[in-house]
Design a protein around this ligand. Structure first.
Ligand code: HEM
Length: 322
């Protein structure tokens, strides 16, 4: 087809398109004529993006801290973007499921390997000073982190492990939410008082989290997996991708993150207080949290030893590398 014929055919197709919705093609063509060319910086809102790093102190390393949190939140958004498609999918297509789980794992891989930016990339002296200006905010208040959990597994699996066997899908979302593991982490055991970090987070996000959990009843990724026909459920690639996801989200990322807490908050002279006021040494280790998204994929022994390598990770890193 010659160039002119091609353009004529495109115009007639456009005419059809606009006529169908009662629009006038000629006005749209005028719009096309007057429109500015799209630039890279406008398309990705670069100026806005680069204006979002606003330190609260004069310590240069605070900017690294802000930016790396923002980068992580964008990755969390990418993870949720895949999770939402998995949850919305009705077809139960095996390849689709595997593809999405692998994408999520590739995001976690980037997050886990880049966490050294936090662990090694800031001066401890600067950190200990600028973080005082950030109280009581904490990554603990990341709503996307909690959304990823809600999309992955039914809420009864997120109840604190010491009381998990007392709860099931028969409990209401509100009941389960009250006993979710992360609330215990931010509550003073002796007084039962919630930390300010937790109170503010609940005030801001509880309605959204409850609404999301209700929408996800019977449709989390774990439900989707269990609802698959048996032969698909036993597919080796799928099982491997889901186990990797579980370990990335609940062991490998938490271990890297915990490494940063040891680097900046651990001290021979006694513990430095955590920003969010948690007793972090007892709260953060994966083997203490025992959060498992897809429990039926593991043996009882594996579940019992969940995240146990954290001791080596912190105290004998050479052993892990072997
Ligand atoms: C120097 C770097 C970091 C240190 C020292 C640190 C420290 C901590 C501590 C002590 C807690 C326990 C809650 C509290 O008392 O505040 C926590 C929780 C948390 N932080 Fe960080 N953090 C760092 C970087 C990050 C980054 C980059 C993110 C990314 C968003 C993040 C996300 C989280 C999340 C999601 C939790 C809750 C974890 C859970 O409930 O298991 N943190 N952090």
């Amino acid at each position: 087809m010659k160039k002119k014929e091609k353009i004529a055919s495109q115009i007639s197709k456009l005419e059809e398109k606009y006529k169908d919705s009662g629009q006038d093609l000629s006005s749209y063509l005028d719009g096309l004529l007057y429109q500015r060319y799209l630039t890279y910086w406008d398309y990705i809102h670069l100026d806005t993006l680069l204006s979002l790093q606003v330190p609260r102190t004069y310590f240069p390393d605070e900017e690294i801290f802000i930016m790396y949190h923002q980068i992580t939140e964008l990755y969390f958004k990418l993870i949720l973007h895949e999770q939402k498609q998995l949850v919305d999918d009705k077809a139960q297509n095996l390849d689709f499921f595997i593809e999405k789980a692998k994408r999520i794992n590739s995001y976690y891989k980037a997050l886990i390997s880049s966490f050294s930016i936090m662990i090694k990339g800031m001066e401890k002296e600067q950190f200990l000073q600028y973080r005082m200006a950030l109280l009581p905010s904490s990554g603990f208040q990341s709503a996307q982190y909690r959304m990823i959990e809600l999309y992955s597994t039914p809420m009864e699996n997120l109840v604190h492990h010491t009381e998990r066997d007392r709860f099931s899908s028969k409990n209401t979302v509100e009941e389960l939410y009250e006993h979710i593991y992360w609330k215990k982490g931010a509550t003073d055991f002796t007084t039962g008082e919630k930390t300010l970090t937790l109170k503010q987070f609940e005030y801001r996000y509880t309605p959204r989290l409850i609404r999301t959990a209700k929408q996800l009843q019977n449709t989390t990724i774990y439900h989707k997996y269990l609802q698959m026909p048996e032969e698909k459920r036993h597919n080796k690639e799928l099982v491997k991708a889901l186990k990797t996801l579980d370990m990335n989200a609940n062991i490998n990322w938490p271990l890297m993150h915990m490494g940063s807490a040891y680097r900046y908050l651990g001290s021979e002279k006694g513990q430095v207080e955590a920003t969010g006021g948690t007793n972090w040494k007892e709260y953060l280790p994966p083997s203490f949290q025992k959060v498992v998204f897809f429990p039926k994929l593991y043996t009882n022994q594996e579940l019992k030893n969940w995240g146990k390598q954290w001791v080596d990770h912190i105290f004998n890193p050479e052993k892990i590398k072997k």
